[in-house]
Ligand binder design. Structure first.
Ligand SMILES: *Cc1c(COP(=O)(O)O)cnc(C)c1O
Length: 357
């Protein structure tokens, strides 16, 4: 047996979730596959979604991997070009660029574009990370209108708080975008915004996390939203043994057996991307039953309390998150978000792909 730590990818669930996003969208739906598709495998995800209207990635390097892998749909680069060379490369790859800063227009002057590049003009509507404000945007629109090699495709913004049901920021950002007329259609929604009512028509939405079956909303679970997990992180028990009352388990011995206990060791740790700061009691699915995590997470192993699960044996199947335990449950108990846990799975974890329904 090789190391039993692996992830199972369910592409029919990815397609189900994409269909959910599209049903909520007003217009086209670009699947966000940046950061290796939130740890799921960028090219594999893109290939599993032939029906996608387009894809969004963070950088030109990621777009290049998709084009070299044979992806022909539109690809939007969310950070745009970093320098003049990237403008040229984006042009050669025929990918769409976000324009969010004056510096990018200066770089464009240095680039020789032999065909027009489609541009998504990014507006800072209140997140204050990247984008032009309404004060700056007229000058940019004038430059775009003069440049025959730049084609304004959409006017885009990104919401800071669409996941919070009562945040006034979402409405304020929408009002900001509605406060003037634009020379191109809008590109607005991330996953969370797709579940909010939007008075503005959104010509291209950009869902990410919901495609992978995690909830984008603080107040609702993925299951309640009808989303299905794409990735299950799995391993097996590699040892079981009895620990007498009063003994500690693992580094630091900071979990102590309150009674004679039966402990299981699972072949997964932070070297695989399981969070090291996971708290005692975190649910671990072991052969059909939820067992509590105990002891500190090591690089290659975790320990679970099997005292109430006498059937669990060496070789029993373990799921860390996925089909039986939502990644959102693990993330919130580890005081992080599903996005981070998914992105942090390491290359040591083998991938098994399930294509059939
Ligand atoms: C990552 C990203 C998205 C997708 O966000 P989700 O919360 O995963 O749906 C959309 N737009 C931009 C600009 C992004 O950076």
């Amino acid at each position: 047996m090789t190391r039993p730590t692996h992830l199972v990818l369910n592409w029919s669930n990815l397609r189900h979730n994409y269909a959910q996003a599209r049903a909520l969208a007003d217009g086209k739906t670009y699947a966000v596959v940046k950061a290796n598709a939130y740890g799921h495998g960028m090219l594999a995800c893109a290939k599993a979604l032939p029906e996608a209207d387009g894809f969004a990635v963070a950088c030109v390097d990621e777009a290049q991997l998709l084009r070299e892998g044979g992806i022909t749909q539109p690809i939007l680069v969310l950070q745009g070009a970093y320098d003049a060379g990237e403008w040229q490369k984006a042009c050669e790859l025929n990918v769409q660029l976000v324009l969010h800063h004056e510096k990018q227009l200066q770089d464009r002057q240095q680039a020789k574009l032999n065909q027009p590049v489609q541009v998504f003009l990014k507006i800072n509507s209140g997140m204050n990370r990247v984008g032009f404000t309404l004060d700056q945007v007229d000058a940019v629109l004038a430059q775009l209108a003069e440049d025959s090699q730049l084609q304004l495709q959409t006017v885009m913004t990104h919401f800071s708080s669409a996941d919070e049901p009562d945040s006034p920021a979402f409405g304020a950002q929408l009002s900001y975008m509605a406060s003037r007329a634009w020379p191109a259609p809008l590109c607005l929604s991330n996953s969370a915004a797709l579940y909010r009512s939007r008075p503005l028509k959104d010509s291209i939405s950009r869902p990410g996390i919901m495609l992978y079956g995690a909830s984008p909303l603080l107040e609702k679970s993925a299951a309640e939203l009808g989303l299905k997990p794409v990735l299950s992180l799995r391993s097996k028990l590699i040892s079981t043994h009895l620990v007498p009352k009063g003994e500690g388990v693992g580094y630091g011995g900071d979990w102590r057996a309150a009674k004679d206990s039966r402990i299981g060791v699972v072949a997964i740790g932070y070297g695989d991307g399981y969070p090291r700061h996971a708290p005692h009691g975190l649910p671990v699915w072991v052969a059909g039953k939820i067992c509590p995590l105990i002891g500190r997470v090591s690089m290659d192993m975790i320990t679970v309390d099997l005292t109430d699960h006498p059937d669990a044996q060496i070789g029993s199947e373990v799921e860390l998150w996925g089909e039986h335990i939502s990644v959102d449950t693990i993330a919130s108990q580890c005081r992080t978000i599903s996005y981070e846990l998914l992105c942090k799975i390491t290359p040591r974890v083998k991938r098994l792909e399930h294509t059939q329904a």
